[in-house]
Design a protein around this ligand. Sequence first.
Ligand code: YYY
Ligand code: MG
Length: 150
Amino acid sequence: MKQRTFTMLKPDAVKRRLTGEILARFEKRGLKIVAAKTLMISDDLAKTHYGEHSDKPFFGDLISYITSGPVFAMVLEGDDVISMVRKMVGATNPKEAAVGTIRGDYAIDTGRNIVHASDSEESAEREINLFFDESEFCDYELPDEDIIYE
Ligand code: YYY
Ligand code: MG
């Protein structure tokens, strides 16, 4: 089923110049970038985005970290893309993330786990609407779609 997911390279990924390398993984997999931008997240946006964690002990550090520098936010489209991207991202704690996943290959600490990805259809819709306006989406066809999909 064709889906969209919200994915964000966190400030450590951008500062470590990993944006291109991580984007290339999504592109090579066959996913379509339908919206993307670099931005500084405001305190309000960070707190809304991570609202489900507001009562957790790590919330303050999480908000400081995610607002500490630019993020690269994007919307990816593809068949079952929500669970696919979660699998490509790997476990929340990079030390437990499988080698071959983004966190398993590039990160060490949970509080510096370099990438965010929506975990369900509901969170994908909520997060996409939080970060992007309708006018920021690109409507186009990938010329190799009939090679990638059966
Ligand atoms: O969806 P995911 O990013 O894999 O994990 P969540 O449980 O939603 O937590 C969001 C974010 O919070 C996580 O990516 C790092 C941070 N965090 C933390 O700093 N310490 C924890 N014990 C759990 C999560
Ligand atoms: Mg999460």
